[in-house]
Design a binder for this molecule. Sequence first.
Ligand SMILES: Cc1cc2nc3c(=O)[nH]c(=O)nc-3n(C[C@H](O)[C@H](O)[C@H](O)COP(=O)(O)OP(=O)(O)OC[C@H]3O[C@@H](n4cnc5c(N)ncnc54)[C@H](O)[C@@H]3O)c2cc1C
Length: 511
Amino acid sequence: MDAVDIFIIGGGVNGTGIARDAAGRGLSVVLAEQGDLAQATSSASTKLFHGGLRYLEYFEFHLVREALRERETLLVAMPHISWPMRFVLPYSPEMRFEGATPTSKLLSTVMPWMKGRRPAWLIRLGLFLYDNLGGRKILPGTRKVDLAADAAGAPLQDRFAFAYEYSDCWVEDARLVSLNARDAGIRGATILTRTKVIEARREGDLWRVETEAGTWHARALVNAGGPWVERVVKDTAHVATKEGIRLVRGSHIVVPKLYDHDRAYFFQGEDGRIIFAIPYETDFTLIGTTDQDHKGDPAHPVCTPEEQDYLCAFASGYFKVPVTRDQVVWTYSGVRPLYDDGASAAQSATREYVLSLDSDGPPILSVFGGKITTYRRLAENALAKLAPFFPKAGGEWTARAPLPGGDFPHDQVAALRERLRAEHPFLTPAWAARLIRAYGTDAWPLLDGARDAAALGQDFGATLTEAEVRWLMRHEHARSAEDVVWRRSKLGLRLTEEEVAALDRFMKGTE
Ligand SMILES: Cc1cc2nc3c(=O)[nH]c(=O)nc-3n(C[C@H](O)[C@H](O)[C@H](O)COP(=O)(O)OP(=O)(O)OC[C@H]3O[C@@H](n4cnc5c(N)ncnc54)[C@H](O)[C@@H]3O)c2cc1C
């Protein structure tokens, strides 16, 4: 078999983002993912396209600016799976800084009487920078909120008199990965899931890549192994390097919805950390995250009972009605693969990504760290690093190209939903809303002109039909019920165990 240009290890947001970008430049690409797409970190994030307000306190201006600029580019390219969100930050004078951030050190020198507290003027300054660093055009700016008069104050304890409200964006992280893989495939890439890369060796001008599904030869290797990046470079590809990662676990809990409006909360703790409480899947609230050094296998991180208690107690410090562990309906946990810069505390390790190129023979590019928010820019930078090896490759193109189903204006979601219902009157409002949010304009070919629900085949519950499952198997690499109910959708929150088992039997039978 002929050699391909780029072989990519890892089907998270970074691997699939690089695959899509490279395929669109005319390069031949193979991507291998050992499990399902987005099975690791990229489905376990807080799901925000955000600049990272708190990174300003670490003076990470470059990272924050790049991410802020990127929010609106991404929002326009995927108006179905991402949307603007307002964040309410209640103020209390007792709020403290995280450990020893550069800002807290500076402040304790010039204003020692603050004793580690985070003053209101500093939050206003941070939000001013946040509003203005990133060339905002679509998202509204910061405003001050009187919590006695605004609906955002209703679920909060009376001790909070005012809050600041600022903008970021929500994104369906696992669908982002799936749609990048789908688009890469449309542009000619080969996407292999459930295919582990066992070994890669340099052979003359090429990499010889052994996978569970056979051997490939490639001109360049991209290691987007996320939490496994260090293992892949050292043990799988046998490349000596001093670079490493630090694994930091972050966990979330999901509870029945705690309040009725559509804004999220940004809570600051007296320990200096912050958490979010975010409206989730219509009927739920998502609370997270924790931030702990992770020892052991990155494959199956879990939200420990202690982490659940921590998140409940943190949120209960803000909400009038305490949040308790028996309310938790689901938890998830991921491991941040942060570039090891030797920083001391877990939460102060840099969030910048590092692209490391070893060209002592055919090149291998390893991706360390990164955020969902910067995946597209990361892919562009990765291809810039590989450009000398592929002089005929095309230039940057992804900033202006919608993801599959995202070819409509970002402010037309409601109109699209109404059109879908008008043309398929059997859809309930919630069903149509879910299809538009998941598939955008691809909802039409998915429904394929169906005139009634029966035309969509077997009903698996919670509006999931055979037509949708077949679409996901054919176009989005779904192979098991778990792929469908926890990554291509979050219908796992609504389906019973029996319904999920029936779905799995159906999918195994149609393979
Ligand atoms: C708790 C938490 C919250 C976060 N919140 C946000 C947020 O709100 N916004 C934001 O922008 N970012 C956020 N992030 C960061 C973001 O989620 C990650 O930076 C990003 O998902 C990393 O993607 P990745 O593709 O590098 O890694 P992964 O998604 O982990 O993908 C790596 C893939 O490589 C595969 N792999 C490894 N070895 C092999 C092999 N030998 N063969 C084949 N496949 C292999 C793995 O199976 C895995 O699927 C958060 C992270 C965490 C943990």
